[in-house]
Design a protein around this ligand. Structure first.
Ligand SMILES: [Zn+2]
Length: 678
């Protein structure tokens, strides 16, 4: 994630696009907002509400071979990425205007597979040779820094320039832990069957990748060992994801010279210079122990191993842009990790690449073609409505003192709201895009973003920036900006639709808005003040009462078993689960003020209250491969869909009333056991 501290609605990162009724869809589809044909009426609501609401849909919609999961988010992504394809194919015709031509040429460079095939490993030859020629640890560090400035990705550790959490009107450089290829440190450190399978497959994969560059099998085998040795050592010194959620633990400010004292083998003054940063006096280190380990390893391990490690990073970050054999080898590892059976179609992969590299240009084209501006106002009304409801709920809290309430309301009222797309777009005109150089295009775009990032340093903070592109089907809260953002992509069914009844919209986008607002008050977000600064505004007693309640949520989600022995990690997912619980409560209360709620008329046999909860549950319907689910449990702060659907409702009296859930039902919780926070 490019911003350090944004909290997304969902952990699915692939890009895709939005819209309401697009001009190139012949007829608007007649949507059945709550469709009994998707439900399983043989399951009682109080038995498993998620299955009751989605059972038939789940049976009818297995994970497609080229996906790792399939649910409401993925359906939207699929449809949107088809529209994106149309847009890109149009732009790729040589008649378009310059800005459009740029995304068109980028797309064309990715689709010219005959040329890519013919090039084989040529696009990275120079990189591998340059690394071969390094003769000292200092050379190695210089190469590391230089690659970063060239948009070649970041080996060994993370580097960014972002807002200082304790002084949010200033930017500061950040060094974070990193350096491993697998999605979590556990893959290197644990000896259960899943971890060992992945680790062994990884070792083989690294070896085969080196073989593809023309290296002999024995030598490649030795190189794979070196990579695994370095990455395992780095993994050992990484903090666990749960620890990384603590904004104080990961805030370690160092004067540049003191950081050099911490890691004598790395002269940070020099390193920052190589990273093209000037005038830096201090920086934030997320995990000092990790950097100490890097420093020790730099001298303890032979230079030859470090060169191998760097070459591996080049290979690993570029394989999907090279010829078929590299692409296939990269996919084989992905397949082990996620259970994906077939490769993502080329057009879809390249569309995603263009969106992630030139997102503002593509987003601009997309919005002008597919987005209905009226939706922006309607959305703003909804957000304001939810914010007001939350405000009243804070005033009515029985567990919080008046003193803390004043601060909470101050924070809530200071929220910045971003809807659909940015007011100003990034200008990519200085990036050279070639019609035949896919990897070069990716690197030049990444280099442009790197330069944009470091140019921030010393300048006033730009609060108009977005952390997601407009087509993204997701939403986020940024604690340092105290802002919520809803890209155009999420403003469509099943989250939101102009034609839907309020129950459907409040159970969908209403709960999403509530979720993002509540992030400002979850276990992490609550530690940031109205200004965005990390600073404690709670009385000790109120903070303790909050923690007691949050611990109940941890225990509730720890109790969800997902796959054989794997259960949800209640600590890792706490922020998201708190946001779901708060968000759904706020959305429900806002819904009670609507005419539909007051009138109480049934639609297709369901009361407004029932439709609200059914809408919520259908947002989270999703099938996953076992591998993707196992990885999600380990790495994703979001609980799996079934538990996002079922987790909050058992704490809401309104759900029991809506479906007449009784003590004999498996999901039943006694009223005094229901968790009430926001
Ligand atoms: Zn979230």
């Amino acid at each position: 994630m490019k911003r350090l501290a944004t909290i997304a609605l969902a952990g699915l990162s692939a890009a895709a696009l939005l819209s309401f009724t697009p001009p190139d869809d012949k007829k608007p589809k007649k949507i059945k907002y709550i469709d009994p044909a998707n439900m399983d009426l043989s399951v009682k609501p109080g038995q498993n509400f998620y299955r009751y609401a989605n059972g038939a849909w789940l049976k009818k919609n297995p994970v497609p071979a080229s996906k790792t999961r399939w649910g409401s988010f993925d359906e939207l992504r699929e449809e949107s990425s088809r529209r994106l394809r149309t847009l890109l194919e149009d732009a790729a015709k040589r008649s378009s205007e310059p800005a459009m031509q740029k995304v068109g040429d980028f797309y064309a460079s990715g689709m010219d597979t005959a040329y890519i095939q013919q090039q084989r490993a040529n696009p990275i030859r120079a990189d591998l040779q340059r690394i071969d020629a390094l003769t000292s640890p200092a050379d190695f560090l210089n190469e590391l820094a230089w690659e970063r400035t060239q948009g070649m990705g970041g080996a060994l550790f993370g580097f960014s320039v972002s807002q200082d959490r304790k002084k949010v009107d200033q930017y500061i450089p950040n060094i974070s832990q990193g350096g491993i290829s697998l999605p979590d440190r556990d893959y290197y450190l644990k000896n259960d069957a899943r971890s060992t399978t992945v680790r062994n497959a990884f070792r083989q994969h690294v070896m085969r990748m080196f073989v593809l560059t023309g290296i002999g099998a024995r030598e490649a085998d030795r190189m794979a060992d070196a990579v695994l040795r370095i990455e395992t050592a780095l993994a050992k010194s990484q903090m666990a994801r749960v620890e990384m959620r603590d904004p104080y633990k990961t805030y370690n400010k160092y004067a540049v010279k003191d950081l050099t004292t911490l890691t004598p083998g790395i002269d940070w003054n020099q390193m920052l210079g190589k990273l093209k940063m000037t005038g830096v006096d201090s920086l934030i280190v997320s995990n000092p122990n990790f950097l100490r380990t890097v420093d020790i390893l730099l001298t303890a391990l032979p230079l030859e191993d470090w060169k191998t490690y760097l070459k591996w990073n080049v290979l690993n970050s570029t394989a999907t842009y090279l010829s078929k054999d590299f692409e296939q080898e990269s996919f084989s590892m992905r397949s082990v990790l996620t259970g994906q059976k077939e490769m993502t179609p080329r057009w879809q992969f390249i569309s995603g690449v263009v969106d992630s590299q030139l997102g503002d240009q593509l987003g601009q084209m997309y919005v002008s073609r597919y987005f209905k501006p009226e939706a922006k106002q309607r959305m703003l009304d909804l957000v304001n409505n939810l914010q007001e409801t939350f405000s009243n709920r804070i005033k009515g809290l029985t567990w919080m003192s008046e003193e803390t309430k004043v601060r909470a309301l101050e924070k809530l009222n200071a929220f910045t709201k971003k809807i659909a797309y940015p007011d100003k777009w990034k200008d990519y005109s200085s990036i050279t895009i070639s019609r035949t150089d896919l990897l070069g295009n990716v690197r030049r775009a990444a280099q442009w973003r790197y330069n944009e990032m470091i140019a921030r340093f010393g300048r006033p903070v730009d609060r108009t920036e977005w952390g997601m592109t407009p087509p993204t089907i997701n939403a986020y809260y940024s604690p340092v900006n105290n802002e919520i953002a809803f890209p155009a992509g999420i403003l469509q069914f099943p989250f939101f639709d102009f034609g839907a009844d309020d129950a459907v919209n409040y159970g969908g986008i209403g709960a999403v808005i509530g979720h993002e607002i509540t992030h400002g008050f979850d276990d992490s977000g609550r530690q940031y003040a109205a200004s965005g600064n990390l600073s404690d505004w709670w009385t000790k007693a109120d903070a303790d009462l909050f923690k007691q309640r949050a611990d109940q949520v941890v225990a509730q989600y720890n109790g969800f078993t997902v796959l054989d022995t794997l259960h949800v990690n209640g600590r890792l997912t706490l922020g998201e689960n708190l946001a779901d619980l708060g968000g759904l409560n706020i959305a429900y209360e806002a819904f009670t003020k609507t005419k539909q709620f007051r009138d109480g008329k049934k639609i297709n046999g369901f009361t407004p209250q029932q439709r609200f909860f059914l809408s919520w549950a259908q947002v989270w319907r999703s099938n996953s491969t076992d591998e993707a689910l196992a990885q999600q449990i380990l790495t994703d702060p979001h609980s799996p869909g079934e538990h996002r659907a079922n987790g909050p409702i058992v704490n809401m009296d309104a759900w029991y009333a809506a479906f007449n859930v009784q003590p004999s039902d498996p999901m039943y919780k006694a009223p005094d056991a229901r968790i009430r926070i926001w």
